[in-house]
Design a binder for this molecule. Structure first.
Ligand SMILES: *[C@@H]1O[C@H](CO)[C@@H](O)[C@H](O)[C@H]1NC(C)=O
Ligand SMILES: *[C@@H]1O[C@H](CO)[C@@H](O)[C@H](O)[C@H]1NC(C)=O
Ligand SMILES: *[C@@H]1O[C@H](CO)[C@@H](O)[C@H](O)[C@H]1NC(C)=O
Ligand SMILES: *[C@@H]1O[C@H](CO)[C@@H](O)[C@H](O)[C@H]1NC(C)=O
Ligand SMILES: *[C@@H]1O[C@H](CO)[C@@H](O)[C@H](O)[C@H]1NC(C)=O
Length: 285
């Protein structure tokens, strides 16, 4: 009897499960993803109308593995990829983007985004690809990005980012692409981004971890693999040289001025008639 009973229970449970799966909403929208995408939509400016996001679609961004939102890819009901390149989008990147906690790939490249890279992006612990290249982003590269331990692509080239490259980014061991060229960065290039270290170093002796093409186009950046200390501006030697040169020049000029004056007064003194007056002024020895 008990065996029979068990069968009944199992069947009932299976039917209940199927019934639940059929009647439950295909995928309850994750409140975090919804918050992330609605804030992103609000802070983007879309003059060309290339982005067809609707409020309804934003409120249910994922349908299992499918999304009705352009540029959004879902995995198991969560946003895991966001790719909106080359859409002439203006505006800023909202800090709430960090609410897309399952995001693995963020590509907002080749738009007209301005403002800072929010430090909050460091909460995207699954992030592997960050491509914000070819925008008008300014401010510093957040050192907090070093908490995104899975990052293997950081492409920030072609913006107006300033300040130093944070040393901490050199600790991202999975990093295989790093491009901060053509910004307004300054300071020394972190050694851990420039030089290979540890076991991998034997494979490519004398080659950089990231070569000069990752760093070019930043007037204030210096150090390997770029030239040492500001070759592009005046070198220390040139500045010292110019200082010495101009000092010497003014010395020569004032010498000749004094000589000319002395010669002039000499000639005046030599003119007859004046001689008497002068000798009168001269003290007797
Ligand atoms: C979004 O992120 C913030 C900051 O981490 C958090 O406080 C909030 O609970 C998250 N989710 C929603 C739905 O606001
Ligand atoms: C938006 O455009 C994409 C193609 O870029 C399309 O797949 C999607 O269905 C459109 N969504 C809406 C809500 O029109
Ligand atoms: C980042 O985006 C730009 C423009 O869309 C693209 O050319 C570049 O290859 C991307 N970077 C990486 C590392 O994939
Ligand atoms: C980094 O590598 C360059 C070129 O191989 C070398 O000149 C420099 O001394 C290295 N720096 C450090 C700190 O190892
Ligand atoms: C720099 O490295 C990139 C790949 O990381 C490679 O495509 C490029 O040819 C290298 N450039 C130089 C000058 O070595």
């Amino acid at each position: 009897m008990s065996r029979h009973h068990h069968h009944h229970h199992a069947a009932a449970a299976a039917i209940a499960a199927v019934f639940f799966l059929l009647t439950a909403p295909p995928c309850a929208a994750d409140p975090n993803d919804e918050r992330c995408l609605s804030h992103l939509h609000q802070s983007l400016y879309d003059p060309s109308g290339g982005l067809n996001w609707t409020k309804a679609a934003i409120s249910a961004p994922c349908d299992g593995f499918f999304s009705h939102l352009q540029g959004v890819t879902c995995n198991n009901g969560r946003v895991y990829k966001l790719a909106l390149p080359e859409l002439s989008l203006g505006g800023t990147i909202p800090p709430e983007l960090s609410n897309c906690t399952n995001l693995q790939s963020l590509d907002l490249s080749a738009n007209a985004l301005s403002g800072a890279i929010p430090t909050e992006l460091s909460a995207l612990l699954n992030l592997a690809v960050l491509n914000l290249s070819a925008n008008a982003l300014s401010g510093a590269i957040p050192r907090e990005l070093a908490s995104c331990a899975y990052l293997n692509v950081i492409d920030l080239h072609g913006n107006q980012l300033s300040g130093p490259i944070p040393d901490e980014l050199g600790l991202l061991v999975r990093l295989s692409t790093f491009d901060v060229s053509y910004n307004r960065l300054s300071g020394p290039i972190p050694v851990l981004l420039a030089n290979r270290t540890g076991a991998g170093s034997t494979a490519a002796v004398g080659t950089a971890r990231f070569n000069a093409s990752s760093f070019v186009g930043n007037k204030g950046l210096y150090g390997y693999p770029l030239p040492p200390l500001r070759k592009r501006g005046l070198s220390v030697l040139a500045i010292v040289g110019i200082g010495l040169g101009s000092g010497l020049l003014s010395l020569v000029l004032s010498f000749s001025a004094v000589c000319l004056w002395l010669r002039a007064t000499d000639r005046t003194a030599a003119t007859p008639g004046e001689e008497g007056k002068i000798s009168q002024l001269m003290p007797d020895y």
